[in-house]
Design a protein around this ligand. Structure first.
Ligand code: NAD
Length: 294
């Protein structure tokens, strides 16, 4: 497998596609943003003018799009990719979308003879750039084996979660926990600062104590505590609050459908709902800390 079509070169897709180029694959990328396309071609990728051009001769297609409606728009319908790709093509959707949407697209793709996997990721933009993402894969084990060289060029941990859609279910559980942890970390830091503590000192104490967690240690929400976190660059270039809100909504939908209780996930969703409504949707999700800084 040599030629890959990559659709969606945003905060995550851009660095993932560049890592495939660095691993020696020939990658044709496409995005609606001219800036994203330019960045990709500056890093050795082939910028395609259209999806049709990108998929020409592709052994595999990878998509990394914002939400379910974009994924359905790309793959389904008379003009969609499923109708245009030759049977046997490997299709990996790495976007975070509802498990039922992944199952719908996956079923249509499988019926057309395509080898579909849902393969959402965790690890943030830093993990995408470093090629250390975690992939949570749903679909046939043989298809996962065929995709493994691609996934290994972009990530470090590759998990087979189950059938098509299972990767998305794992991802939604993970991101519900992440939203809760980020809001909780922000609340604890704001409480300490309000009571005279230095946020860097408090972060160091908690990261060596039982409050230790990923948001605190690797993605600190307080500006200036971590040199490379989105908080230290005006909450730009990370994981947008509107995407976290989408994921918390997916968790709530999943909980409703399966009659599961998710009180903390629902609270985090409400916090992000007001945060986004106040005009912070494009800011990194760690900007939720501003909610607690009064
Ligand atoms: P993003 O908005 O930065 O990137 C999405 C890109 O898709 C944009 O550049 C947009 O122009 C492009 N696009 C949209 N529709 C298109 C179409 N029809 N054809 C071609 N390009 C199209 O978002 P992102 O942060 O890269 O996130 C992508 C997905 O990954 C989301 O589902 C998100 O939930 C998930 N995710 C993000 C992170 C993160 O830290 N940013 C981490 C894990 C998972």
């Amino acid at each position: 497998m040599q030629h890959i079509a990559f659709i969606g070169l945003g905060n995550m897709g851009g660095p993932m596609a560049i890592n495939l180029v660095r691993a020696g694959f020939s990658v044709s990328g496409v995005d609606l943003s001219a800036e994203a396309l330019q960045h990709f071609s500056d890093n050795g990728g082939r910028a395609a003018a259209s999806v049709a051009e990108a998929i020409q001769g592709a052994d595999a297609v990878i998509s990394m799009l914002p939400a379910g409606r974009h994924v359905e728009g790309l793959y389904l319908g008379d003009d969609g990719l499923i109708a245009r790709l030759p049977a046997g093509t490997l299709v990996l959707d790495c976007s975070t979308i509802a498990a039922h949407t992944a199952r719908g697209v996956g079923r249509t793709a499988s019926d057309a003879g395509l080898r579909f996997l849902d393969a959402p990721v965790s690890g943030g933009t830093a993990g995408a750039a470093a090629g250390t993402l975690t992939f949570m894969v749903g679909g046939d084990a043989a298809n996962l084996e065929a995709a493994r060289p691609l996934l290994a060029a972009m990530g470090k941990n590759i998990f087979h979660a189950g059938d098509i859609g299972a990767g998305q279910t794992a991802k939604v559980c993970n991101n519900m926990l992440l939203g809760i942890l980020m809001a909780g970390t922000a609340e604890a830091l704001a409480l300490g600062v309000k009571n005279g503590l230095d946020p860097a000192v408090l972060s160091e104490i908690m990261s060596k104590s039982s409050g230790r967690n990923w948001a605190l240690e690797l993605y600190n929400p307080w500006p200036g505590v971590m040199e490379n976190s989105p908080a230290s660059r005006g909450y730009s270039g990370g994981f947008m609050s509107e995407l976290m809100l989408k994921d918390l909504g997916l968790a709530e939908e999943t909980a409703l459908q399966s009659h599961a209780a998710n009180p903390l996930g629902a609270l985090a969703r409400n916090l992000y709902e007001s945060h986004v409504a106040e005009g912070n949707g494009k800011l990194d999700f760690s900007s939720i800390v501003n909610h607690f800084r009064h």
